[in-house]
Design a protein around this ligand. Sequence first.
Ligand code: FDP
Length: 282
Amino acid sequence: MEKIFKKIEEIAVDIDNAIKAGESGYSDSSNQTGDVQLKLDILSDKIIEEHFKSVDSVQAIISEEKEDKMPMNESGEYIVCYDPLDGSSIVDYNLSVGSIFGIYKGGLNGENIVASVYVVYGPRVEMVVTIKGSKPILYRYINGSFVKQKEITMQESGKINASGATQKYWYPHHKALIESLFQEGYRLRYSGGMVPDLHQVLLKGGGLFSYPGTVDKPKGKLRDLFEVIPFALAFIESGGDAIDDKGVSLLELKPSHLHDTSPCFFGSNKEIKQVKEAYGVE
Ligand code: FDP
């Protein structure tokens, strides 16, 4: 896996340069989920595809931007599922965005994720690497290389309430949960970029990020293989938790299609317990 991590470092630098080169606006195509693709989405996807071609251990890659798996090296042991540039709706407004990678061995489900990496393109470029069974590690890009900063450990609770999805479609029990957290003194922190929003909860050591199922989208919006499972690994290994709306660990997800989505809640243990109470799934 070391070679994959090294490749992701190179990818991160190239995508950061592409963002900074100033390309903006939409292309003429849409992805599998029906989102119109930005020129930067397509470029980032191409950068990743080119880089992984030279990594023997990668059997196949699956992009959030493509419908199907792309075979790489038959003898490779890992399948890398990735979202090349998460936060398409905010990148052209100069908010932070990210790339997410889930590294799977065996089959494409939560149990088979062996590592995840995400990169945040913000005022600084940072990367968090989580290997199953160990704490996530934060790296920062300084003077041409990624320098290890620290292991990430969640506290029992936090102060952030990052709540996604369209509020007019929230179910009443979800609305009550979010309201009760604000009543306790939690503060709203939500940029609309999953990577920086979850990164903030992790680095501040607690709080809640939720992207629920709603009346119009009962299965939520965030994609299991590219977004939900990779972040679940980081949260669970940091000592926090990550569950769906049935109270089941997101590492138990078994998507039946590559682009399946799930309602998801990531946070420190106190807030996840409150989600379970609010959803009646204790
Ligand atoms: P985007 O549509 O900009 O790509 O991955 C999807 C995502 O962004 C996440 O990064 C973000 O958390 C979420 O959608 C935002 O959705 P809402 O605007 O519905 O809250």
